[in-house]
Design a protein around this ligand. Structure first.
Ligand code: SME
Length: 166
């Protein structure tokens, strides 16, 4: 008698993972309008899901100082409290309103080392429904070159669906 292989187990690809995370985040946040609750939930759900996420969090545009970012909800070790536009990877992404992927943070001029274990980083701008910058989403990894275009597209989709509602 031959034994059929167990139902083919297919590991979830990173694309699948972002797609499933987007569905789960939308379900959890359904009906919740509060911005901080939405940000905290995105952090917790992504940090839990992806093992390459070492520090995961938001820096919000400070309404009282519109060229400065201030720390928002995050998961991980102590983050710097404030980052001026144009400074570090977060400030650069805020100023350019573009996603920045940094394969080696030590090679990025002006990188701000909140935790010396960080080796690579991705920062994605968060825009409201009118295209205004409200925050940046920052993820650090403790290994080099942890992030690629799959992370960029996955995060951009999740952040758009979650925050382009304000
Ligand atoms: N590395 C960031 C600063 C924030 S921490 O990584 C939490 C930067 O260069 O903007």
């Amino acid at each position: 008698m031959t034994i059929a292989p167990a139902a083919a187990f297919q590991a979830e690809t990173r694309e699948d993972s972002y797609r499933n995370a987007a569905i789960e985040i939308a379900a959890v946040l359904d009906g919740e309008p509060n911005l901080i609750a939405r940000m905290a939930t995105v952090c917790a759900m992504l940090a839990e899901r992806f093992s390459h996420y070492f520090w995961t969090g938001f820096y919000l545009v400070d309404p009282t100082k519109p060229d400065e970012l201030v720390i928002g909800p995050y998961q991980g070790s102590l983050g710097c409290l404030r980052i001026a536009f144009g400074r570090g990877v977060c400030g650069a992404a805020a100023a350019r309103r573009k996603t920045i992927i940094v394969a080696d943070v030590h090679a990025f001029e002006g990188h701000i080392a909140c935790d010396s274990r960080s080796e690579s980083e991705i920062v994605v701008p968060v825009l409201d429904k009118d295209g205004r910058l409200i925050a940046v989403f920052d993820v650090d990894a403790a290994v080099l070159a942890a992030f690629d275009e799959v992370d960029a597209r996955g995060l951009e989709t999740i952040l758009r669906q979650t925050f382009a509602v304000y």
